[in-house]
Design a protein around this ligand. Structure first.
Ligand SMILES: *Cc1c(COP(=O)(O)O)cnc(C)c1O
Length: 403
């Protein structure tokens, strides 16, 4: 939560208003002249801020009042993100998961009904079951392909809809415009977990969404070395959301914020490369005899490719594919011995990763039907031909596996 002091530093120079994303990423969040010529905003480690006089302390008349409320390092990042998100304000959380929970706690109260997509990031579902339900909030899941028919699920107490597009692991694209339109007629708040597209490839607030949620842990960090979340809102909800964020005592460490600012400088470049390499490998997988289907919104074969094409300006290195009918042991034999794909959760770093997953274990309102086991890949910044050679050897192990 920010105070209203006039003397706050300005981190988004007017000269950036109409520039391209690469220029923005290079110049935003800096005040080089005020930092003795040093290019980067310093890492302010701080809790206490001393006021010049008792009166200014009473009136909270200072650019900064307490470390939890903000620091110049935090402002450099949040002001930059607000510019990219076209938002009234942005607040930070210690993780992407807490960036999902914090705004929900701000806008919901006991007796409210919340709709969540059935393709949601799995820990969000666990938080809804264990935390929101305990607070008397009624949670219901919806088919990610519902589109404008979501209005049939609205009840008199429906307060908010939480979207995620494409869906975690399964990559269904939602008709966001149709859902937003339906929600607007009933004054229902829309939130979206926009981690996959990031503000570089989709700006939710420009499409009428009220709250944009991101795991900065992923491409903003880009190096698998920190956890960070952020929430950007429109003017209407900013006070409410930022206040609740403060009341919960949420912020992020100064060093992590500084690393995220560093990540931002190269994020457009890295994203472009992840996107390009991801497409090369997704195309290659589509022709493999072991593969039943590749789930990548930027592929023409994706069932909701038109929705990606309509609203998103890019993709990244994260997608899934479904194998033909192989046993789990055979799949394990494939992924256990890959040279360049780590077996790890999360994504968005420079390194390639693979995760084996089964949506039947957590879906509730939609049925997952697939001919075989599924794998999610994160394509890192390695040379695609090395990754392809690695996967090719993996497919050999898959085919030749004898139990
Ligand atoms: C990783 C992820 C999160 C959570 O981020 P953490 O920082 O790991 O808590 C939230 N949503 C999506 C879509 C994610 O992929």
């Amino acid at each position: 939560m920010k105070n209203k002091a006039e003397n706050k530093p300005h981190f988004v120079p007017d000269k950036l208003k109409n520039t391209g994303i690469y220029t923005k990423a290079s110049h935003i969040g800096r005040r080089t002249k005020d930092e003795f010529g040093f290019i980067n905003t310093p890492v302010y480690h701080g809790s206490t801020v001393c006021f010049p006089t008792a009166k200014s302390m009473r009136d909270r008349d200072a650019a900064y009042t307490y470390g939890l409320k903000s620091t110049p390092t935090i402002d450099a990042l949040t002001d930059s993100l607000s510019e990219l998100e076209n938002a009234a304000g942005t607040c930070l959380q210690p993780s992407g998961l807490s960036a999902i929970i914090s705004p929900l706690l701000a806008i919901l109260e006991a007796g409210d009904h919340l709709l969540i997509t059935d393709s949601v990031y799995q820990p969000t579902r666990i938080a809804a079951t264990r935390l929101l339900s305990k607070l008397g909030i009624e949670v219901e899941y919806y088919d990610p392909l519902v589109g404008g028919a979501i209005s049939q699920l609205f009840k008199s107490n429906t307060r908010a809809v939480l979207l995620e597009s494409p869906g975690s692991q399964t990559f269904e694209m939602q008709d966001i415009d149709a859902i937003v339109e339906a929600c607007k007629t009933k004054n229902i708040i829309t939130l979206i977990d926009n981690t996959w597209a990031s503000p570089l490839y989709y700006q939710p607030l420009s499409h009428g969404i009220d709250i944009s949620i991101n795991a900065g842990t992923k491409y903003l960090s880009g190096h698998s070395d920190l956890l960070l979340g952020y929430v950007s809102t429109n003017e209407k909800l900013w006070q409410q959301v930022s206040e609740m964020n403060y009341i919960q005592g949420l912020s992020a460490s100064a060093d992590d914020v500084s690393l995220a600012l560093r990540g931002l400088r190269t994020m457009p470049l890295r994203m472009e490369r992840h996107y390009e390499s991801g497409m090369i490998i997704a195309d290659w997988l589509e022709d493999r005899p072991e593969v039943a289907q590749v789930l990548h919104p930027a592929l023409e074969s994706h069932p909701q490719h038109h929705l990606w094409e309509k609203s998103f300006s890019g993709a990244n290195g994260l997608f899934s594919f479904i194998l033909n009918d192989y046993t789990q042991e055979a799949v394990d034999n494939m992924v256990d011995h890959l040279d360049f794909f780590g077996l790890g959760y999360s994504w968005g770093g420079f390194e390639s990763l693979v995760v084996s997953f089964d949506p039947t274990s957590y879906r509730t309102v939609t049925k997952w039907e697939a001919p075989g086991p599924a794998l999610r890949l994160h394509i890192g910044l390695e040379d695609p031909r090395d990754l392809i050679a690695d996967l090719e050897k993996g497919f050999e192990r898959l085919r030749s596996f004898k139990s």
